[in-house]
Design a protein around this ligand. Structure first.
Ligand code: FEO
Length: 395
């Protein structure tokens, strides 16, 4: 008999793992895959929380059948309609044509646009409840964590929060699905990379959601991706509180683009200088080698940011330019910025363009801007030293 994945009593995980898709939202790398989590409560009424990406709908239907056999599903609760969670709705309806779909008014507007579904809908709003028999579900609107329609469902009897994208992670669930069964340190980056790149732009809505949910007696958090939280609930909520408040830690991130190694030499010089000043947490990223999702994640969390670029076709190095746009788009805060560059044809151009970014982003800026013209000279090193000295004071 196929194994059942029990969350608690008659609450089950019926999600799937996707090890084949390389890019989440066709953009964010998935070196460790991703899980699309769906949950089922087998009560007098059977309720399903979200579906899965359509690429995995067959496995999903099997997982449901494994729990309820030929019983019908009464309710599909849509906490989040992004297609990685709603993509199997039509296939589900083919098999369970009488199920009723529970969602809010925005959910249903999007449901019609995506799938043309307008019938068998139960529209709920903030604070409404749904009785399944033993279990009772209460709904809380959490708009923009991650889309405008997003809500969470709280199972009041046992304290299980179906949290949508909040508290999620990249990476598959390899047998073990609970936080206390997994070496959390090994997935730390996939938790924060998920937050930064998927939810991070919506820090304020996330903060509002945390405030709204803070008095619930939560025993389990069941997100739409990644592990189920039952032993480290306080830790993950603390992390989300810190991130949604834009709190940054002492540390330096040095990001550079470089064609022939001259801008990279400045990055190396800066890193050694920070090390000599006693800064332990230093990381250098070559923007040509590392996907922005990793760099953005690192920047989001550490206070010191140094960005270097050569002048390229009279503009910034293209991947640096792209990264700067993503930083602006996420709306990162609480950083100290230094910039450095390299120009040959038009001295001053690279750092001037980087300064435009600095003016725009409104982070604290250190106006010591080393730029090399050709190979590095002592005047560049001196400017680097001044930059290091001032930044260390502000970390
Ligand atoms: Fe996993 Fe916003 O969807």
């Amino acid at each position: 008999m196929k194994h059942k994945v029990i969350i608690l009593d008659n609450i089950y995980w019926v999600g799937v793992n996707d090890r084949r898709t390389h890019l989440f939202e066709n953009y964010w790398p998935l070196p460790h895959g991703v899980s699309y989590n769906s949950y089922l409560i087998d009560d007098e009424k059977v309720a399903l929380f979200d579906t899965v990406d359509r690429v995995k709908s067959d496995d999903f239907l099997e997982n449901i059948y494994n729990i309820i056999s030929d019983k019908p599903i009464d309710y599909l609760i849509i906490n989040h309609i992004e297609p990685d969670h709603s993509g199997s709705i039509n296939i589900l309806l083919d098999k369970y044509p009488r199920l009723q779909i529970v969602g809010n008014s925005k959910t249903f507007a999007y449901l019609e646009k995506f799938y043309g579904i307008t019938e068998n809908l139960i529209q709920i709003k903030e604070g409404d409840t749904l009785d399944l028999g033993f279990h009772r579900i209460k709904f809380f609107m959490t708009p923009l964590v991650h889309w405008p329609e997003t809500m969470v469902s709280f199972e009041e009897t046992k304290g299980v929060l179906f949290s949508g994208d909040a508290f999620g992670a990249f990476g598959t669930l390899d047998g073990n699905i609970f936080d206390d069964q997994i070496e959390l340190n090994s997935i730390e980056e996939e938790i924060s990379r998920y937050y930064t790149n998927i939810v991070g732009k919506y820090a304020k809505p996330t903060k509002n959601a945390l405030l709204k949910l803070e008095n619930l007696n939560i025993t389990h958090i069941c997100p739409t991706h990644g592990p189920v939280w039952r032993s480290h609930i306080k830790d993950i909520i603390t992390k989300y509180t810190r991130w949604s408040n834009h709190e940054t830690e002492k540390g330096v991130t040095i990001v550079f683009g470089s064609m022939y190694g001259y801008t990279e030499k400045i990055a190396e010089y800066l890193a050694l200088g920070f090390a000599n000043q006693g800064i332990n947490d230093i990381k250098i990223y070559d923007v040509s080698k590392t996907h922005p999702s990793y760099i953005l994640n690192r920047i989001y969390q550490k206070k010191g940011v140094l960005i270097g670029s050569p002048t390229y076709n009279n503009a910034l190095f293209p991947k640096i330019d792209g990264l700067l746009n993503e930083i602006k788009n996420i709306g990162m805060r609480n950083h100290v910025l230094g910039v450095f560059g390299s120009s040959l044809w038009t001295p001053g151009r690279s750092v001037r363009l980087l300064k435009e970014f600095a003016e725009n982003i409104k982070w604290e800026f250190i106006d010591q801007t080393p730029e090399t013209i050709g190979n590095l000279t002592s005047s560049v090193w001196e400017k680097c030293d001044a930059l290091i000295e001032e930044m260390v004071k502000k970390l």
